[in-house]
Design a protein around this ligand. Structure first.
Ligand code: NDP
Length: 453
């Protein structure tokens, strides 16, 4: 007889969902979380980030409102006040997570946990619990490469706790987090410089979207320097806390803060995985099969710690499939195809399915593309354009991918994602009557391919 049927290590989006659903299905469940309930998404990721995006977006509204007849005095942003409001809301959400676990009868331990053997976990206070199954849902942490001055830079974790908005910020990296924070901090009033080591930001995204975002960010006043590598960071002046950054081109510039957004690594340290025989790949991620099962039959892993598709809703989906597999006895694999996602840059990106570059490798494709001025900008005069792109398999007519960069792109792609997931054809898109006047109507009114291969 075990103490628990399932012991979950990690109280983030994936771990909490698995724990609650397993408990609701009659499992005796324990969960250990060493920090705050809610994990990266709720405490120091998607949720506080989205609040920051909302805060930054007001800048556009103030600016554009004048052209629509409003008189707006010079608006001022109180960063400290915003952070307090945001923190209070995050605390409220954390409380809800805690309550939900209680109500589901999950035994919650505010402690680190490590695996002793395939059926035993040990907490920081050295108590041990036997368990039929173990789920590792420990997420990831921001990775900062080793270099001179790495102790002086901040990560996304730190931005959420800043009390003052740095005036001049350098962001290093060209991925999701770097581009999102560049837009946020720029919108809040900081002068943002972004260095990226490669040819174009957002590697892996559709090339047209990458180019469009690069240009739009530049026009919003973000200095993006491509092919730029940081060599050294030093403190310029103890009193003013300024940082001097030397880069690969021999340049040396000063900033008030340097944010490293150079990727995230799976959280596997101290879990004792080697001893119990759970295999970890070269990136440090736990290797699992399509049922999220590790090589040790009683041990499972979901979410960012498995480095499959590091998105909150994917971790939640992995949790749901896992509970169907282990609680209901219905082996339910996780489908990682055609997952819609958004990047909350300013302007926003929504994407589902293949990029043009990926599609061309396997298909004869038609590309439907439109770039247009969103309606409010015709009055406001804002020189920012929307880009929408549909990638169609020429023979089957199936829509392989949709990529949008526009205000509201995240909301649009959620809906388009259903059609793409269902395998809709371009003609089925066309048969859908437009909602007018909207930006999204362009998705069903693109009649001729611009770029047939
Ligand atoms: P990403 O993998 O998206 O980007 C990392 C960036 O850092 C890349 O530009 C990469 O360059 C660069 N980089 C990596 N290592 C180094 C190095 N040693 N020196 C210099 N540059 C380096 O990671 P993020 O941290 O931005 O985000 C982590 C994950 O979190 C994302 O993959 C995503 O899954 C998730 N996320 C999702 C969001 C959303 O859905 N909206 C928002 C935020 C995060 P290169 O391209 O050359 O490899």
């Amino acid at each position: 007889m075990f103490d628990f049927d399932l012991f979950v290590i990690g109280g983030g989006s994936g771990g909490i969902r698995a724990a609650r659903v397993a408990a609701q299905k009659g499992f005796k469940v324990g969960l250990a979380e060493q920090y705050r309930l809610g994990g990266t998404c709720v405490i120091r990721g998607c949720v506080p980030k989205k609040f920051m995006v909302y805060a930054a977006d007001f800048k556009d509204s103030f600016e554009d409102s004048r052209a629509f007849g409003w008189s707006v005095d010079q608006p001022e942003f109180n960063f400290g006040q915003f952070q307090m409001k945001k923190d209070a809301e995050i605390k409220r959400l954390e409380g809800i997570y805690e309550n939900n676990l209680k109500q589901s009868n999950v035994a919650c331990f505010r402690s680190r946990a490590k695996i002793v053997d395939p059926h035993c976990v040990k907490l920081s206070d050295l108590t041990t619990y036997s368990t039929k199954m173990i789920l590792i849902a420990t997420g990831g942490y921001p990775f900062v490469p080793t270099f001179e001055g790495s102790d002086l830079v901040m990560t996304s974790n730190d931005v959420f706790n800043l009390r003052e908005l740095p005036k001049r910020v350098l962001i290093y990296g060209g991925g999701y987090i770097a581009c999102e924070f560049a837009g946020i901090l720029n919108g809040m009033g900081a002068h943002v410089t972004q260095y990226y080591r490669g040819e174009q930001i957002l590697r892996g995204f559709d090339q047209d979207i990458r180019n469009h975002l690069y240009q739009a960010m530049g026009e919003r006043g973000i200095d993006i320097e491509l092919n730029q590598v940081i060599k050294r960071v030093t403190r310029k002046d103890q009193q003013f806390q300024q940082l001097r950054v030397e880069s690969s081109d021999g340049e040396s510039k000063s900033f008030d803060a340097v944010l490293y957004a150079t990727g995230r690594k799976p959280n596997t340290q101290g879990l004792n995985l080697e001893t119990v025989g759970v295999y970890v790949d070269d990136s440090g991620a736990i290797v699992v099969d399509e049922y999220s099962q590790t090589g040790v039959p009683s041990i499972f892993a979901i979410g960012d710690v498995t480095n499959r598709l590091n998105l909150t809703p994917v971790a939640i989906r992995e949790a749901m499939q896992l509970t169907a597999t282990i609680c209901d006895g219905i082996p339910t694999p996780v489908d990682h195809t055609n997952v819609p996602s958004a990047v909350f840059t300013r302007p926003e990106i929504g994407t589902v399915g293949m990029t043009e570059e990926q599609a061309r490798k396997d298909y004869d494709v038609e590309i439907y593309k439109t770039q247009f001025r969103p309606m409010p900008n015709t009055i406001s005069g804002r020189e920012e354009y929307n880009l929408m792109k549909i990638i169609v398999a020429k023979e089957s007519r199936i829509v392989l991918g949709v990529h949008i960069i526009a205000p509201g792109a995240a909301e649009m792609i959620q809906m388009v994602g259903i059609a793409v997931k269902m395998g809709a054809t371009k003609e089925e898109f066309d048969q859908t009557v437009a909602v007018h006047p909207t930006a999204a109507e362009e998705l069903v009114t693109m009649r001729s391919p611009n770029n047939a291969s």
